[in-house]
Design a protein around this ligand. Structure first.
Ligand SMILES: [Fe+2]
Ligand SMILES: [Fe+2]
Length: 310
C-alpha cells in the first residue's frame, strides 16, 4: 500500500530481491522471440568497438568488425559468469542460517548467472549462423574459473564488482541509445542489464562484508590477488584480440597494407582493454569503492599495475 514506507524499512538485500523479481525474464519468450541476428546491423556500438577509428575501412568492414567483437563480447560474458555463479553460490553459504533475504538475493543472483550463460550461448549460436566459418573463442570457462577461484574472495569480489559495474555503464552510455546496433543484440543486453543492476549492488554489499572482517594483511594480499586477476584478464584479452583480428582480416574481400593490418590488430586489443578494464575505471564508481577500501601504498600498487593497460 505504501511503497516509500516499505523501502524506508527494507534492507538492500530485500530491495535486490524485489528488483530481481521485477526484472526476471525468459530467454525465448522475452528476449530472442524466434529472431535471427541480422548481419546488416552492428552488434557493438563504435564507442566500444573503436571501429570508427579505422578510417581506411569501408562501412561494411567496420560493421563486420563490430560483429566479431560483439560475438566475443557475448562469449566473454558467458565465460565470466561461470566463475561469478560459483563464487556467489559459495558466498550464499555465509547466509544460510542468517539473513534469509541475503540468502534469497544470492540464490537468485547465481540462478540469473546460469541463465545468462545460456543466453550468451544462444547468442553465439545466432552469431555463428550468420557469420563466415573460422571464428574461434579460445579461453575455456572452466579453466579460467579454476584460476580465478584460487584467489581470495576479497579479490574475486573486487573483479566481479568491476565487471558488473562496467556492464551497466556499457548499456546505459553506449548501447541503449545507439540507432544502428542490432535490435536483437540490444534486447539481449537490455535484459542482461536489468538483472545485472541487482548484481552490481550485491557485489558491493558482499565485498564490503568480506572486507569488514579482513585484517590489513589479508586486505593487502587481496590487492595482490586482484592485480594478478587483472593481469589474467589482460592475458585473455590479448589471446582473443589476436584471434579475432586474424578472423576479421582473413574474411576481408580486399588486401590491406601491412600497416593497416597492424592497426586493425592493435585496435582489437585497445578496444578489448577498454571494454573489460578501462571502461570500468573511467565510467563507474569502481575506483571510489576500491580506493576507499585499500591503504595508500596498495592504491599506488594498483595504479602502477593498471597504468600500461589503460
Ligand atoms: Fe550476467
Ligand atoms: Fe551478473
Amino acid at each position: 500500500m505504501n511503497a516509500p514506507l516499505e523501502s524506508a524499512v527494507s534492507t538492500p538485500y530485500q530491495r535486490a530481491v524485489s528488483a530481481s523479481k521485477r526484472a526476471r525474464f525468459d530467454i525465448d519468450a522475452d528476449v530472442l522471440r524466434g529472431r535471427a541476428l541480422d548481419q546488416s546491423h552492428k552488434f557493438l556500438p563504435d564507442g566500444l568497438s573503436f571501429a570508427a577509428s579505422l578510417d581506411f575501412l569501408l562501412e561494411g568492414e567496420r560493421r563486420f568488425m563490430s560483429q566479431v567483437q560483439g560475438r566475443s563480447y557475448a562469449n566473454i560474458f558467458g565465460l565470466v559468469e561461470r566463475f561469478i555463479a560459483a563464487k556467489v553460490l559459495e558466498l550464499g553459504q555465509d547466509h544460510t542460517l542468517g539473513d534469509q533475504a541475503a540468502l534469497e538475493a544470492l540464490v537468485r543472483f547465481s540462478d540469473e548467472e546460469l541463465k545468462h550463460q545460456e543466453l550468451f550461448r544462444r547468442v553465439e549460436e545466432l552469431a555463428a549462423a550468420g557469420m563466415p566459418a573460422g571464428y574461434r573463442f579460445l579461453p575455456q570457462p572452466n579453466e579460467v574459473a579454476r584460476v580465478v577461484l584460487e584467489r581470495s574472495t576479497w579479490a574475486v569480489l573486487g573483479l566481479t564488482c568491476h565487471i558488473e559495474l562496467f556492464t551497466l555503464a556499457h548499456y546505459k552510455r553506449s548501447i541503449e541509445h545507439d540507432p544502428v546496433v542490432s535490435p536483437l543484440f540490444k534486447d539481449v543486453l537490455l535484459h542482461h542489464w536489468k538483472e545485472e543492476s541487482q548484481h552490481a549492488v550485491l557485489d558491493e554489499l558482499e565485498w564490503r562484508r568480506i572486507d569488514a572482517s579482513a585484517s590489513a594483511e589479508e586486505r593487502s594480499a587481496g590487492v595482490t590477488d586482484l592485480i594478478a586477476l587483472v593481469g589474467a584478464v589482460d592475458g585473455i584479452l590479448q589471446l582473443q584480440a589476436a584471434a579475432d583480428a586474424d578472423y576479421f582480416l582473413s574474411h576481408l574481400e580486399r588486401p590491406l597494407t601491412e600497416s593497416e593490418r597492424s592497426r586493425v590488430s592493435q585496435t582489437f586489443l585497445r578496444a578489448y582493454r577498454y571494454q573489460y578494464i578501462g571502461s570500468g575505471i573511467e565510467l563507474t564508481q569502481f575506483p571510489e569503492i576500491l580506493f576507499g577500501l585499500v591503504s595508500e601504498a596498495d592504491a599506488t600498487r594498483i595504479k602502477t599495475a593498471l597504468g600500461p593497460l589503460l
